[in-house]
Design a protein around this ligand. Structure first.
Ligand code: MG
Length: 384
């Protein structure tokens, strides 16, 4: 079967505000347009792509779309959505048997969703993915503004894209659509032409990005978490304070080091920098630099958080294991979690601190050293 996908990005995205067309705004490193094109390009039955762009953007299409697996044609949009779609259909190859029409503003369409749409189009001629309304739906009187009636919820379905059509359907609805009033989706054209339209199961995640709020939510969903690990060890010597996460523990010995030797903060600093791909503690705060002599571990951690945020990430959670024979860590764990959470900008519940002994084995077990392992999770840091 030869499936073609038309990705419609003809609109100017006026509802988003700002000067940039919304289909070019970035989500997790790629524009909405690129995500939507990639969603269709990735489906194994799709053999060709047609992208409909505003006329002003057609010349820069190769850089806006990027590489695709399937051959990709670009055409300019029309005054209305149905005119844009008509231009797209006119650019299809003669081989196309099933035509998918997809919004550039829906970056999350999955292969399984597209499977259902294709199967529906094959069986009925026209198929759309849709989800049932979770909210109670009211019909409002346009004159008085008051509720006229409630619409039975089971009758109300919220239409998504891609919508699927057998190619020959377009010979009927294509010419008709030019003279029709404005259609907000392609299925409306089929309905007006009196053709049956099948509903297949949509996907709650297949949202349309229309407003800045939608974008903020989508960014949160698209964010790929980044994970980093860190490790640190310091010798313990007489007469030094034992500081962990900025909390001083009553103990006669403490870590030897250029800085305060706060292994918990040092391990976590490396974990954060590692998760952001931003180097390590030695690169940012070298122990050969007098600036960092006796530096507080909590201060280095604060600086690392700033580096991570500048790289476009935000701390989400941290888990640290401190390995020491003595003293007991448990009475201080909550105070440590509070301090780390304040620096990371997360709730204390997102920070874990655990104490272990080394069962008398090796230097840590003999009480000659203290060590820490840390894992940090970062998410994309919101609007860029
Ligand atoms: Mg250290």
């Amino acid at each position: 079967m030869h499936v073609a996908a038309i990705i419609v990005a003809g609109g100017q995205g006026a509802r988003m505000g700002g000067g940039r067309p919304k289909q070019l705004l970035e989500l997790d490193g790629r524009s909405l347009l690129q995500h939507s094109v990639a969603a269709c390009d990735a489906h194994p039955l799709v053999r060709e792509l047609v992208v409909v762009l505003p006329a002003a953007l057609v010349a820069s299409a190769p850089s806006l779309i990027g590489e695709t697996r399937c051959p990709c044609r670009v055409v300019s949009g029309g005054a209305r959505r149905q005119d844009s779609v008509r231009h797209g259909v006119a650019a299809l190859s003669a081989d196309a048997e099933i035509v998918l029409i997809h919004d550039a503003a829906r970056p999350f369409a999955t292969t399984t969703l597209i499977d259902r749409v294709i199967a529906g189009a094959v069986s009925t001629g026209v198929a759309i993915p849709a989800i049932v309304s979770r909210d109670t739906v009211k019909r409002r009187d346009l004159q008085s503004g008051l509720v006229r009636e409630s619409v039975p919820r089971a009758e109300v379905w919220l239409a998504q894209t891609p919508q699927g059509f057998r190619r020959e359907v377009w010979t009927t609805i294509g010419p008709l659509s030019a003279g029709m009033t404005e259609a907000t989706d392609e299925a409306m054209l089929a309905e007006w032409a009196g053709l049956p339209v099948m509903i297949v199961e949509g996907d709650e995640r297949n949202v349309k990005i229309t407003t800045p709020d939608d974008f903020t939510q989508a960014r949160g969903r698209a964010a790929t978490p980044r994970v980093g690990t860190g490790y640190d060890l310091h010798r313990l010597v007489e007469g030094r304070p034992l500081v962990l996460a900025g909390v001083t523990l009553p103990f006669g010995r403490g870590p030897l080091g250029h800085s305060d030797g706060d292994v918990l903060c040092h391990a976590l600093t490396d974990a954060l920098l590692g998760a952001a791909g931003a180097g390590d503690i030695g690169r940012h705060f070298p122990n050969t630099d007098p600036a960092w002599k006796d530096a507080a571990g909590l201060d280095l951690l604060t600086r690392a958080v700033a580096i991570v945020r500048a790289a476009g990430y935000a701390p989400a959670s941290a888990d640290v294991t401190v390995i020491l024979e003595q003293p007991k860590l448990s009475p201080h764990v909550d105070a440590m979690r509070e301090r780390i959470a304040a620096v990371l900008g997360v709730p204390a519940s997102a920070v874990s601190v655990k104490g272990k002994t080394n069962e008398g084995v090796d230097a840590v077990g003999r009480g000659d050293a203290i060590a820490a392992h840390a894992v940090a999770v970062l998410t994309s840091g919101g609007p860029q």
